[in-house]
Design a protein around this ligand. Structure first.
Ligand code: 13P
Ligand code: SF4
Length: 319
């Protein structure tokens, strides 16, 4: 039965949020949501966080069911860490341009051209790519992980070239980069950001390290979604221009009330380019259906799961 058919057969006072809370209890489920989810989903979640925090929350949970409101690779990490639990996500098609732009067979050929390199993969990649990596990192621990690799050991970093370049600058380490990028973080216009900074004296640009270098060079602070949120709260600047997916503004408005928060403008302002189309596939209706039906489920081949788990465990130890 579709949700529309279901709604038609229900009393008019039926409330989606209440039904989701009821089902969550009934299923002994935990809802994990990324900051890029629509605000209604963030408000219903047990944990809202960046990709590292959500991986940690998935590692610790005792719930029978993990409903992962994020994209496919994030739910996949939850399943890799919790093979015995049911992991569902509202929309199985919620992909990621970074993960999709780094297919495992091509990545394997790339690695073959760089033997002896230590392979660090950003968590935004498939389980198959993780299985080919020595360690995983997220935007909040990438600098820390790279800094721990012995000097003299060549490093290959994939799949986000912009994060890779940012880490190279921070650590002074040369790395071979896979040429991937995020469709959302590549849309911001340097020219329009400069105009905004000039129009709002005292304002600061804060940016996710997936942004391109011409944008990052104007940033007062660069960090993961959680780090950006913390900075927005602690900064003395009253106006912040935020260069990341605009879902984070929901938590920023709540935690930094009174501050003026301006989403960084994309080159083409006629689109909703600073909303991740993959993250936004998840809706409250799909959250309800996923909890009701315990579908769609994340399933993983056990051999692949074990190979992908190794570099994730290593990351959790190193960060
Ligand atoms: P975070 O590590 O900040 O959660 O970022 C994940 C992501 O997909 C950014 O586009
Ligand atoms: Fe992937 Fe970019 Fe969406 Fe993050 S914002 S999930 S990196 S496409």
């Amino acid at each position: 039965m579709s949700l529309t058919q279901l709604k038609d057969s229900l009393p008019p006072d039926w409330k989606l949020e209440e039904e989701i809370r009821r089902l969550k209890k009934e299923r002994n489920a935990v809802i994990l949501a990324h900051y890029y989810q629509e605000s209604d989903i963030q408000d219903l979640a047990d944990h809202v966080g960046d990709s590292l925090q959500l991986a940690r929350a998935a590692q610790k949970t005792q719930a029978d069911v993990i409903l992962f409101c994020g994209v496919h690779f994030m739910a996949e990490v939850a399943k890799i860490l919790n093979p015995e639990r049911v992991v569902i996500l509202p929309d199985l098609e919620a992909g990621c341009s970074l993960a999709d732009g780094c297919p495992a067979p091509e990545f394997e050929r790339f690695l073959a051209k760089h033997p002896d390199h230590f392979v660090i993969s950003y968590i935004n990649c498939s389980a198959a790519v993780k299985a080919l990596s020595d360690v995983i990192c997220t935007s909040s621990n990438a600098v820390k992980i790279v800094s721990q690799i012995p000097k003299g050991q060549p490093i290959l970093f994939a799949p986000d070239q912009h994060l890779g370049r940012f880490v190279m600058k921070q650590t002074g380490r040369e790395m071979v980069l896979w040429p991937g990028s995020c469709i959302v973080h590549e849309t911001f216009s340097e020219k329009k950001i400069i105009e905004l900074l000039l129009r709002h004296p005292g304002s600061e640009l804060i940016a996710h390290p997936e942004c391109e270098e011409p944008v990052l060079r104007h940033a007062k602070f660069i960090g993961s979604t959680t780090a950006l949120l913390q900075y927005a709260v602690s900064s003395s600047a009253q106006t912040l221009i935020v260069a990341t997916e605009e879902g984070i503004l929901h938590a920023m408005r709540r935690d930094a009330p009174g501050k003026t928060l301006i989403p960084a403008p994309p080159e083409d302002e006629s689109c909703a380019c600073n909303q991740c189309p993959h993250m936004r596939r998840n809706t409250l209706e799909k959250v309800y259906l996923a909890l009701r039906d315990l579908q769609p489920r994340l399933e993983l081949d056990e051999t692949l799961r074990l190979r992908a788990k190794k570099p994730i465990d290593r990351m959790l130890e190193m960060s």
